[in-house]
Design a protein around this ligand. Structure first.
Ligand code: SF4
Ligand code: F3S
Ligand code: FES
Length: 261
């Protein structure tokens, strides 16, 4: 009689871990509050993102934990935080890509609301108003029969690429210059100017843009540290935009009246 065939070893179940999530907690509104790390232990599940982990903690362990989210899909930019020293979007960060111990802190530079929640919106709005990040059209009579002028697909694609920024603030939080100059517009601000510089509907010229970013709070303050480029969750080519603007602004500084006017 033959011996029974060996039973194949079961396919190993995916490794389950207990994550230790240390959150830097602080309430700037409470006079007695002191910044301190608080540890939460959590069973990891397949496909878990940091956003899911934090929700789990808030629902089952600590309803006082503060953090922001809206879309859960990397679109609204509100869940940015520092994850093991690097700014990231919590909803786009899988726990399986992280070690067993995860340290979370709020983005630096922006006003702290509490724990992991920061007010990036206030800073983004101030920067947008300062840089006038809207199309400045030539004044003309309203003509409701007018069809918007055609734009070459390549140009529309280039503008769309610049519009993919979700204003998460990761680039500013990672930038050493922003720590030194509180009015620095950051890679996000320069990206917005690059966007309007490309857009033929915007009637501003290089001289106008020079007024906005041709100083130490704009392209000449940037020290090419490139942390912005490394951490942008949308993988935007920030380095290329900044180099493009710097060339334009240097030309403008050298010859403010290139047409001879
Ligand atoms: Fe976030 Fe990138 Fe936009 Fe900076 S440029 S705010 S990192 S999406
Ligand atoms: Fe900062 Fe990026 Fe310039 S990190 S210094 S804005 S290249
Ligand atoms: Fe919107 Fe993460 S929740 S980007």
């Amino acid at each position: 009689m033959h011996a029974p065939a060996p039973v194949p070893a079961p396919v190993l179940a995916s490794r389950r871990r207990t994550l230790a999530i240390d959150v830097l907690r602080y309430d700037p509104q409470a006079p007695a509050s002191q910044p301190a790390l608080q540890r939460y232990l959590l069973e990891e599940v397949d496909g878990m993102t940091l956003f899911i982990a934090l929700n789990e903690i808030r629902e089952r362990q600590d309803p006082t934990l503060r953090f922001d989210f809206v879309c859960r899909a990397g679109i609204c930019g509100s869940c940015a935080m520092v994850v093991n020293g690097r700014p990231r979007l919590a909803c786009r960060t899988l726990t399986r890509d992280l070690p067993d111990r995860v340290v979370l802190a709020p983005l630096p530079f922006f006003d702290l609301i509490g724990d992991l929640s920061v007010n990036t919106g206030k800073w983004m709005r101030g920067m947008s108003e300062r840089l006038e990040t809207w199309i400045h059209e030539r004044e003309r009579e309203v003509d409701i029969t007018r069809i918007e002028e055609r734009m070459e697909p390549e140009l529309a694609a280039a503008i769309y690429e610049l519009d993919r920024c979700v204003e998460c603030g990761c680039c500013v939080a990672a930038c050493g210059t922003a720590r030194m100059r509180e009015d620095f517009v950051g890679a996000v601000g320069m990206g917005k100017i690059a966007r309007f510089r490309l857009d033929p509907r915007d009637t501003r010229d290089d001289g106008d843009y020079y007024e906005l970013i041709g100083d130490d709070n704009g392209v000449f303050g940037c020290m090419s540290l490139l942390a912005c480029h490394d951490v942008c969750p949308k993988s935007l080519p920030l380095e290329t935009w900044i180099a493009f603007l710097r060339r334009r602004m240097v030309l403008q500084a050298a010859d403010p009246f290139p047409s001879g006017g």
